[in-house]
Ligand binder design. Structure first.
Ligand code: SF4
Length: 174
């Protein structure tokens, strides 16, 4: 399958670099750790030299203890400079955040995590409304439907997130 184009970012990069919320997790086996597409697993093993043990059986990045904190971080996060070391190759789920694909009551939804302070402030803005239309159209497109079919692991049931749109993906795809 050809590589997918990068998703347009809603949260400005300067904001992300100052915020110390993303890419950090309370538990070592957090359900919020990035879940990878099959092709991303291969790419990270081949191009980034990630040891196979860094990817769990359910295709999640294995978190590591934060050397400068009491939490756990993504193995690609620079704990000092807060930069993603694979930013140009970052996984689909990372590109999507603070939006998430969510399975709820048999429906596949686009949801948002309002713990992100930027989206919390912006969720009712026109800019967010337009972005959600862009994202929904992209996620419903043919190449993405095919990607979801091949990667059912990324359709997950996250809790405490707000629904923003229903996606045109049948539950059976999972
Ligand atoms: S791959 Fe990059 S963007 Fe994704 S969780 Fe890790 S550090 Fe953050």
């Amino acid at each position: 399958m050809p590589s997918l184009k990068m998703i347009k970012q809603f949260v400005p990069q300067e904001f992300c670099l100052k915020c110390r919320g993303c890419c950090r997790f309370k538990e070592a086996n957090s359900v919020w750790s990035p879940c990878l597409l099959n092709e991303e697993v291969q790419e990270l093993l081949d191009k980034k030299g990630l040891p196979p043990a860094s990817i769990s059986i359910d295709r999640r990045l294995q978190l590591i203890a934060n050397p400068i904190g009491a939490d756990f971080i993504c193995p690609f996060l620079g704990s000092q400079d807060n930069q993603c070391k694979i930013y140009d190759l970052r996984p689909f789920e990372c590109q999507l955040y603070p939006f998430l694909i969510n399975l709820r009551k048999g429906k596949v939804l686009l949801t948002v995590d309002l713990n992100c302070p930027y989206i919390y402030e912006q969720i009712n803005s026109r800019q967010a409304e337009e972005y959600i239309v862009y994202l929904t159209d992209y996620l419903n497109s043919k190449p993405l439907r095919s990607m979801f079919k091949n990667n059912p692991q990324i359709i997950q049931a996250y809790e405490s997130v707000r629904e923003v749109a229903e996606l045109n993906l049948p539950y059976e795809i999972k």
